[in-house]
Design a protein around this ligand. Structure first.
Ligand SMILES: *Cc1c(COP(=O)(O)O)cnc(C)c1O
Length: 364
């Protein structure tokens, strides 16, 4: 068996312990004689898995009791529509911090159901910065403000320590946290709603985490499909219909792994260390360069460039021959992108920097 260091932006690398445990429990989950995939979602055994998964997430993120945790399907893309369908409840106006491709998609969906206001945009810098935003100038009647905490494609982040998200007093802040949930410590109380696809830091594709303040549930209009109404899922504890059972189970294993690593603080410290190793190399290099400047830098997704497409191809091929895969940059940025999610070990980043340094010695 050969494992590679997988720098994919998502779906992405998982902790090996989780994969081993899932493999071990595949044929016979704890004496049930079946895998979690084969169980009734109404069975006691699956209900226990679901409850443990929620409990671990609440524990990790210190989620207060007046927030509900939902495990849904449809990915962050479904949340782009579900958020306006449920949160447009008074003015039918929402504000957006436009920081890249994901916010653009969230805006496009919300616009179908109400008015969207771009409160700040970093489009003029090619989304390589975080745009300044003055919350005191914002329309106080907005139904919500939407932010993408970590911009997976462009590599910027509202880092809770270095560049915290703006605060909008009484307006609920909605966060797409798909690519840095559980990687950095945000205060759940600062948000009305947090959503995240699981396939980056919380397990496998097929499950979407929604953390929603209770007072924001129950406002969907009569024409909103039941499946797109948060109340449906809150009332049924995420079991209105068949939930993404196996993805919930895997997320539970990942949450348990994060807890055993020391929780979000320990992950964050490790993530800062990993990212610093790569950024320090990039900042000192005469050949490679980072596309984003501090303090807007993401710890999770680090785009970087070489001067010329030929060098990109040569580097990507060399990296792959060394077992470093999925480093090709997103087509809208080009070059390379290293995604250093929680499950990427330090050894993977050390190896990457070693291969980059060696490449620079021969091509610099
Ligand atoms: C990956 C990603 C998405 C897309 O999520 P899906 O699960 O494919 O719907 C949306 N937003 C952000 C910030 C992402 O990183």
């Amino acid at each position: 068996m050969t494992r590679v260091f997988n720098f994919s932006a998502g779906p992405s690398t998982l902790p090996e312990e989780v994969l081993h445990l899932a493999a071990e429990e595949m044929m016979d989950h704890r004496g049930s004689g079946m895998s979690v995939m084969e169980m009734s979602h109404r069975s006691k055994m699956f209900t226990d898995i679901l409850e443990a998964t929620e409990r671990r997430l609440r524990d990790l993120m210190s989620i207060p009791s007046h927030y509900r945790v939902l495990f849904l399907q449809g990915g962050a893309f479904t949340q782009f529509a579900m958020v306006p369908l449920n949160l447009f409840r008074k003015s039918h106006r929402a504000g957006f911090l436009h920081t890249g491709s994901w916010s653009k998609k969230a805006i496009a969906e919300a616009r179908k159901y109400g008015e969207t206001q771009i409160l700040a945009s970093s489009e003029d810098t090619g989304f390589t910065t975080l745009p300044p935003c003055e919350p005191s100038r914002v329309d106080p009647d907005l139904d919500y403000v939407h932010i993408t905490t970590n911009n997976t494609i462009f590599g910027t982040c509202y880092d809770p320590k270095l560049a915290p998200p703006p605060r909008f007093e009484a307006i609920p802040l909605v966060a797409d946290m798909s690519s840095n949930i559980l990687a950095q410590r945000y205060r759940v109380e600062d948000f009305g709603l947090i959503y995240a696809g699981a396939q980056k830091n919380a397990g496998m594709a097929g499950m979407t985490i929604v953390i929603i303040r209770e007072d924001l549930i129950g406002h969907a209009g009569p024409k909103v499909p039941a499946m797109l109404d948060y109340q449906t899922h809150a009332k049924a504890n995420s079991c209105h219909n068949t939930p993404p059972c196996y993805a919930i189970y895997i997320a539970g294993l990942v949450f348990d792994w994060v807890l055993r690593q020391g929780g979000i603080e320990a992950m964050e410290a490790r993530n800062r260390h990993k990212a610093a190793l790569l950024y320090d190399f990039l900042d000192g290099s005469d050949l490679f360069r980072a596309t984003v400047a501090p303090p807007a830098r993401s710890l999770m997704n680090i785009p970087f460039l070489l001067p010329g497409d030929d060098l990109d191809q040569a580097f990507l091929a060399e990296a792959e021959s060394q077992g470093l895969v999925n480093l090709k940059g997103h087509r809208s940025v080009g070059g390379m992108r290293a995604s250093l999610y929680n499950a990427m070990p330090m050894a993977g980043v050390e190896k990457l920097v070693e291969v980059m340094a060696d490449f620079e010695r021969r091509h610099g």
